[in-house]
Write a protein that binds this ligand. Structure first.
Ligand code: KOT
Length: 790
């Protein structure tokens, strides 16, 4: 038993786990000691949760995801367990600052963006709601690359979170599975040519108030034959460890692509590796308790986070049919009873499909199984030609759809578009399958923890029930008309902006004016997200400010952050342009007091936690129909930053909830986008119709921001004035208008604060607790095992 007193618990770990005495301990030592002390408390809840799940023989949820973008775990753990005051006091007693200690933890960046961060929010909500669940993924040795800028260009360096000990995980050498690749398949079996072990590492994820904890189980590659003594004795020292190096390659690095298909052999190996290990583990756990495999769908719900784990379906069928002798059709029916699939994008370049030759070489038996499933589906629906196979490819979206009990989109708009576009035919055959579960974010991390000032004001006003029941924020609505309360609300934002300004000064040497509007766009860099629309509007604003520097301008700070996939040339050009424009604009003495632009390097979860509470305006400006949901949009709204945005993804629902008057809407709708694209020379026409836009593009084309290399942005300029697929030019004029509307409101401090506060009060529905309740009821048939409050 760990010491009851939390201070003693920390010191005990410092002494006996770290081997340090308080006088010589570093911040790292204290952080590890605190983490171990917190982990001990989590373990108690974790074991109790597991025991209860077994005792109730409850249905378990398995969330299979290639990415879990969990960020730091220490502060979340401390706060969810209610240990914050004790931890602060204990550390202060030793002359340490709590924030210094918790921010010493590196971010676990095991994801690219929205999809991975959603998985992390879901894990926290599953635990907060007491739903028995496992997250299954890959323990990447290197997470998402570290970004820096050299002369404005993105540079990439490996991320190294595992180079220091990771205090949260438990290695499970006993939980390992042997997995195969290649070789030959027969009608009933498979002899792989190559094998590798998947070994489990478990991280407990504790929920709000420490009432429940689930497991995040991440798989790591291990060699079957790690060390070849014969080769070693023959003096071939490197060759002797080759097996180990190869096996570890599987879990070595997270692919840095977001919303694009990878199509590489190692990627498919990663997908099979973690999906197969997870399915083996699920079946092992089920069979330890049950003899009748027919019960599987009543005890197991598997959620595929997009198609990356789609191969789990054929693997489950293989294990039931080939290894356990179940009738094939019955195996398919059982798999369909367990599996569900979430689609996160309709972008054609992101829809996974594998070359059948490559697929068949790596997974020959699975290709046979897929063909048989697909043929049976085609036979049952002879009138329609929908298939997971064709053109020499294996289509993972169609496969996932056919093998799923439920298929869901992530916002109302996106789900509607799924039914009319990519899954139109499959939807007409199975109209009951597609449902909507609008995304959400965990209010613990994204309001209570990252914005302690606002959290304290809310709790002071309505009590702390909102932290576990976010829709209670609505009780704030009447307070918004109380001038005194609104001033307190505004003071929190001002303090957050001052703190952010200090950090930007310290970390990046840039001076920001906390009185200015903090206008923030932070997300992956992608043409559809249109960071180039934002920088063009910034350039046009700068030009106009120079025309009339003494006019009544609303001062702005334009903040950008986000990574571009290393192979996505156009996105890297956008970063370069923003950095170049920032250098010129920030150096301009005539506009210096009114406009600043900064691109903060190496965006990650922790940076988002700093920026969002200090933001005034949230940029959600994707081409309508392209952003499946967005979740950053929800975090900004909760933290009191109104949106300037299009009718895309969850923006639509955010606007419905917070009210049209508290949202700066602009741009074409998804339907209008389609029509506009069909107009010949739409971009040239849009540019000709708006002199501001023309002047901004001309400045880029003439090299105003790249004086040494005038043609540097020819690619961007030619795209914008030519095909402009994402309709930056067509939406520019209305975007400018919406931005000036925002300027006007911002000059009226009370009106702006009211708008911001209404965003907080009315976005409680975007809690991932609400989302997970939806999945539990509509998809999984899973129940909360929390003991009802006494
Ligand atoms: C990446 C590769 C293939 C398929 C989908 C993706 C993907 C989609 N990665 N991130 N997303 C985002 O997922 C979020 C969570 O649902 C959404 O909010 C966001 O709109 C997607 O772009």
């Amino acid at each position: 038993m760990p010491p009851k007193d939390f201070r003693d618990a920390i010191v005990t770990h410092l002494t006996y786990s770290l081997g340090k005495d308080p006088d010589h301990a570093t911040v790292f030592d204290w952080r590890m000691a605190l983490s171990f002390a917190v982990r001990d408390r989590i373990v108690d809840a974790w074991m109790a949760s597991t025991r209860r799940t077994y005792a109730k023989d409850a249905k378990r949820v398995y969330y299979l995801s290639m990415e879990f973008l969990i960020g730091r775990l220490l502060e979340d753990g401390v706060i969810n367990l209610g240990l914050e005051d004790e931890a602060r006091r204990a550390l202060e007693g030793f002359g340490l600052n709590f924030t210094d200690v918790v921010t010493d933890e590196p971010d676990a960046a095991l994801g690219n963006g929205g999809l991975g961060r959603l998985a992390a929010c879901f894990m926290e909500s599953l635990s907060s709601l007491g739903c028995p669940a496992f997250g299954y993924g890959i323990r990447y040795e290197h997470g998402l690359f570290r970004q820096s800028f050299e002369n404005g260009r993105q540079m990439e360096a490996p991320e190294t979170w595992l180079q220091q000990p990771h205090p949260w995980e438990f290695e499970r050498p006993e939980a390992r599975f042997l997995l195969g690749f290649g070789g030959t398949a027969t009608a009933t079996g498979w002899t792989p040519a190559e094998t590798v072990y998947a070994e489990a590492y478990d991280t407990p994820i504790v929920g709000w108030q420490g009432r429940w904890a689930n497991t995040l189980r991440l798989w790591s590659g291990r060699a079957v034959d790690p060390f070849n003594l014969e080769k070693f004795n023959a003096g071939e020292f490197t060759a002797a460890t080759e097996g180990e190096a190869l096996a570890r390659t599987i879990s070595r690095v997270l692919y840095p692509e977001d919303s694009t298909e990878i199509g590489k052999a190692l990627r498919i190996k990663q997908e099979y590796f973690f999906s197969a290990a997870s399915v083996h583990d699920i079946l092992r756990r089920f069979e330890a308790e049950h003899a009748d495999l027919g019960l599987l769908p009543s005890k197991v719900a598997i959620q595929l986070n997009d198609t990356h784990p789609a191969i789990a379906g054929p693997e489950l069928i293989r294990l039931l049919h080939d290894a356990r002798g179940m009738d094939f059709d019955e195996a398919v029916r059982i798999a369909q009873g367990c599996l569900n699939y979430t689609n996160h994008t309709l972008l054609p370049e992101a829809l996974e499909s594998w070359d059948e030759t490559l697929f068949g070489e790596l997974l020959p038996r699975h290709l046979q199984i897929i063909d048989r499933v697909d043929a049976a589906h085609a036979k049952a629906h002879p009138k329609r030609k929908v298939s997971a196979r064709g053109d020499g490819r294996v289509k993972m979206g169609e496969l996932s759809f056919i093998l799923a009990n439920r298929v869901n989109g992530v916002s109302a708009l996106h789900t509607g578009l799924m039914k009319t576009t990519v899954f139109k035919d499959l939807n007409s055959l199975h109209p009951e399958k597609i449902i909507n579960e609008t995304n959400g974010v965990t209010p613990r991390r994204w309001l209570h923890n990252c914005n302690p000032g606002l959290s304290a004001l809310i709790t002071d006003t309505i009590g702390d029930g909102w932290i576990g029941d976010l829709e209670q924020l609505e009780i704030l609505v009447p307070h918004v008309d109380d001038a005194g309360w609104l001033e307190r609300y505004a003071a929190v934002k001002t303090a957050n902006k001052a703190a952010l300004s200090d950090w930007v000064m310290d970390a990046h040497g840039l001076k920001l004016d906390p009185q200015a509007m903090f206008d923030v766009q932070i997300k992956r860099i992608h043409e559809y997200k249109r960071q180039h629309l934002n920088i063009l509007e910034t350039i046009a604003l700068w030009q106009e400010m120079k025309d009339t520097p003494n006019a009544d301008w609303t001062p702005r700070v334009k903040l950008f952050a986000g990574k571009a996939a290393p192979g996505y040339f156009f996105a890297k050009e956008i970063i370069h342009l923003i950095n170049d424009a920032a250098a010129v604009i920030n150096a301009d003495k005539t506009t210096n007091d009114k406009l600043k632009v900064a691109f903060l390097p190496n965006y990650n979860v922790s940076m988002a936690e700093r920026l969002i509470p200090a933001s005034d305006l949230s940029e959600q400006i994707s081409t309508a129909g392209k952003e499946a949901s967005g979740t950053g949009n929800m975090k900004f709204a909760l933290n009191g930053a109104p949106t300037v945005g299009t009718l895309d993804g969850a923006n639509v629902e955010i606007r419905e909830r917070v009210g049209a008057e508290n949202f700066f809407l602009f741009g074409m709708t998804a339907d209008e986008v389609e029509a506009r694209r069909a107009i010949k020379n739409h971009a040239a026409k849009a540019v000709a119709a708006d002199p501001r836009l023309k002047r901004a593009i001309d400045a880029v084309a003439k090299g105003v921001f790249s004086p040494g290399e005038k043609a540097r942005y020819k690619g961007i300029v030619d795209n914008l004035t030519g095909p402009d697929y994402f309709l930056v030019t067509s939406d520019f004029t209305d975007y400018w208008r919406a931005q000036r509307d925002a300027d006007a409101v911002f000059t009226d401090t009370a009106a702006w604060s009211k708008m911001a506060a209404m965003n907080t009060a009315l976005s409680g529905w975007f809690s991932s607790d609400r989302t997970i309740r939806g999945y539990m009821a509509d998809i999984w048939g899973a129940e909360s095992l929390l003991e009802k409050d006494a």
